[in-house]
Design a protein around this ligand. Structure first.
Ligand SMILES: C[C@H](O)[C@H](O)[C@H]1CNC2=NC(N)=NC(=O)C2=N1
Length: 77
């Protein structure tokens, strides 16, 4: 589940391996680009950590972040 930490939605995804992590990130990147709303993230081998906030609104959580979070959850398989 996503946690609201310091005005960012945060979630840690544990993937099977690096290939799974990177294919998940690729799917997220395509979705993010389509909605012109982009994650802040890190990847270490099978772990993908994601933070979502809206820079244009002064780095707060907006409906766009909630929307992207739901899409990301749906893409995690
Ligand atoms: C110019 C461009 O449309 C904006 O900077 C977009 C791009 N992607 C973005 N992504 C996020 N997470 N927040 C934004 O406010 C944002 N704004």
């Amino acid at each position: 589940m996503w946690n609201n930490i310091n005005n960012k939605l945060y979630k840690k995804f544990e993937c099977k391996n690096f290939v799974h992590a990177f294919s998940f990130m690729t799917a997220v990147a395509i979705a993010a680009e389509k909605m012109n709303h982009h994650p802040t993230w890190t990847n270490t081998y099978n772990i993908v950590e994601i933070w979502l906030s809206t820079h244009d609104e002064g780095n707060v959580v907006t409906a766009k972040d909630e929307q992207l979070a739901a899409i990301i959850d749906a893409l995690f398989k």
